[in-house]
Ligand binder design. Structure first.
Ligand code: ATP
Length: 347
């Protein structure tokens, strides 16, 4: 297996900067996810690693091998795309064997043995003679995975492989993909716009925005300690507040937000400096006595295990998670200063 590196990778299409200086280091055997909104450059990054696109600037390396000018078929990477891209006129076994067209199976296995082994791995034993259209969407995507893995690649690249499936199937397939990835220990780059999926499956996540990497880290870090406002708002729901420091003492900092005085933990900022901080919806609590915010309810959505309330507080939207729907049109919540995560300060 191999580690993977992107150094200063930029990609421009006729004046559009799809990627603007992407640096990434993916460890050997890591499940690494690129996540971000539509158009942020995830697919372009993956296609650059696969060799379907050449960077305008920068380099891609597999271990210490620079990949500039190396065609996709010589990169030792298996790719699975969003659409199943199986050949309808070929059987399942022929589709998997197609993955071996450029390369012999690893070890001493014959092509037939390798196909059977891969179908076993993706939990579709004995389906080799079937036509792809006889299989469900999730099964077809597992055949596509078997095809990508057939030559024993060093790197697995997955571009939104679950997005055509319904929610329940998607969840099952992602667990299966994760289990197969762990079993093989294959270096994997996974693209998704779904931040919950990214948090669930990854060893580390890179959050992308406008062709750049905003933050890289394990899921817990990116969720609990976002370094920028974009990450705080994209990864999970959040309430982001921006205000000016009006006072500070050993116990904390006072910030004026929309004319309301809020207490947050001590921060390294002076009076009148701008501070941006966030509080997760579940930390806004009707029983909390600190930092009381009175808001008018806009919508309340029943989620099963909780109710998500959108409310207007001084002209800005608050998202609150409550055990039950609020009684009436107003909701008043508070938050403990310890529940605050400070995203940034500038003087
Ligand atoms: P999505 O989740 O919608 O697939 P993405 O994050 O994968 O989005 P990319 O497909 O990498 O984003 O696109 C990044 C930017 O580059 C977008 O602005 C897109 O319009 C542009 N782009 C991508 N491919 C091309 C191309 N072949 N020609 C021109 N512009 C392109």
């Amino acid at each position: 297996m191999v580690d993977l590196h992107l150094d200063g990778v930029s990609k421009r299409y006729d004046g559009t900067a799809a990627l603007a200086g992407v640096d990434l280091d993916v460890a050997d055997g890591e499940f690494f996810t690129l996540v971000g909104p539509s158009g942020c450059g995830k697919t372009t990054t993956l296609r650059t690693v696969a060799g379907f696109e050449d960077p305008t600037e920068g380099t891609v390396r597999f271990g210490d091998r620079e990949m500039t000018g190396v065609p996709p078929e010589d990169r030792d990477a298996g790719v699975v795309f969003q659409s199943y891209a199986l050949f309808p006129h070929m059987t399942v076994a022929e589709n998997v064997a197609y993955g071996l067209r450029f390369r012999d199976p690893p070890g001493d296995a014959t092509a037939d043995e390798r196909v059977a082994e891969l179908l076993e791995l993706v939990d579709l034993p004995g389906t080799g003679d079937r036509d792809p259209e006889e299989l469900s969407g999730g099964q077809q995507q597992r055949v596509a995975l078997a095809r990508a893995l057939a030559p024993g690649p060093e790197v697995l690249l997955l571009d939104e492989p679950m997005s055509a499936l319904d929610a329940r199937l998607r969840e099952r397939l992602r667990r299966q993909v994760k289990a197969i990835q762990s079993e093989l220990g294959i270096t994997t780059v996974y693209v998704t716009h779904d931040q919950a999926e990214a948090l669930a499956v990854s060893d580390r996540v890179a959050v992308m925005h406008d062709g750049r990497v905003e933050q890289v880290g394990p899921p817990e870090d990116v969720y609990r300690r976002p370094e920028r406002r974009f990450v705080a708002e994209f990864v999970g729901e959040n309430n982001v507040f921006a205000g000016r420091v009006t006072g500070r003492d050993a116990a904390g900092t006072t910030v004026d937000v929309h004319g309301c005085s809020l207490r947050i933990p001590p921060v390294d900022a002076s009076r009148d400096d701008r501070v941006t901080f966030c509080v997760r919806p579940a930390a806004l609590d009707p029983d909390e006595v600190s930092n009381r915010l009175a808001a008018s309810v806009t919508t309340a959505e029943f989620l099963g295990e909780a109710v998500r309330v959108h409310a207007d507080w001084n002209g800005r939207e608050l998202v609150v998670r409550l055990p039950d729907a609020p009684d009436g049109e107003r909701v008043t919540v508070g938050f403990d200063p310890d529940a605050v995560h400070v995203v940034g300060t500038d003087g």
